[in-house]
Design a protein around this ligand. Structure first.
Ligand SMILES: [Zn+2]
Length: 178
């Protein structure tokens, strides 16, 4: 995994693509939380669930089906007061995208097992052919040289592109508003 807060940075950038300018605070909170949620599966390691198991690390919670379910649940439960069905669906789709961004980023890392993107329908574990992000070891101390290398790699490959995306959205909106 990239470090947990790097997932939230990516999700925040995705949230800026939402067409409405004003969004409820819970949208941003949920985008960040749901982008980190898939790594809740590391708890399974402490209960003896093997890494490669369907419920192991990078298993079911890292699937597109899980992301879609989280998006649907948020649309139904967290945004049930949003009157427009289209807006509710769109908010749910963005939460699903934030959740799915997690396994997609994991699939760009250079270590661990691949991501069970198509669980529970397939047990296959996948990586992208290009994996520039240094993997963050589970339970790592981020204060050593390894931690610094991981953070530097995440800065280059996630924080900078995320910042560029947010900036591009701001510029686009500024130009359009004139
Ligand atoms: Zn992960």
């Amino acid at each position: 995994m990239p470090t947990i807060f790097t997932h939230a940075v990516c999700a925040t950038a995705i949230g800026h693509l939402y067409p409405a300018r004003r969004l409820p605070r819970r949208f941003w909170v949920l985008m960040a939380l749901c982008s980190m949620l898939p790594d809740a599966d590391v708890l399974g390691l402490f209960f003896g669930i093997p890494y490669g198991h369907l419920l192991g690390h990078r298993g079911l919670t890292h699937s597109l089906a899980f992301a879609a379910t989280v998006g649907l649940l948020c649309a139904v439960l967290a945004f049930r007061d949003v009157r427009s069905r289209v807006n509710r669906a769109a908010l749910g789709c963005f939460i699903a995208a934030a959740t799915a961004s997690h396994p997609l980023l994991d699939a760009l890392t250079d270590g661990g097992l691949g991501v069970a993107l198509f669980a529970p329908f397939s047990a296959g574990r996948y990586f992208f052919p290009w994996r520039p992000i240094e993997v963050s070891p589970i339970g790592a101390d981020f204060f050593g040289a390894r931690g610094a290398a991981v953070l530097a790699s995440e800065f280059d490959w996630v924080w900078l592109p995320s910042g560029a995306l947010v900036l591009a959205v701001w510029v686009y909106r500024f130009v359009r508003s004139r």
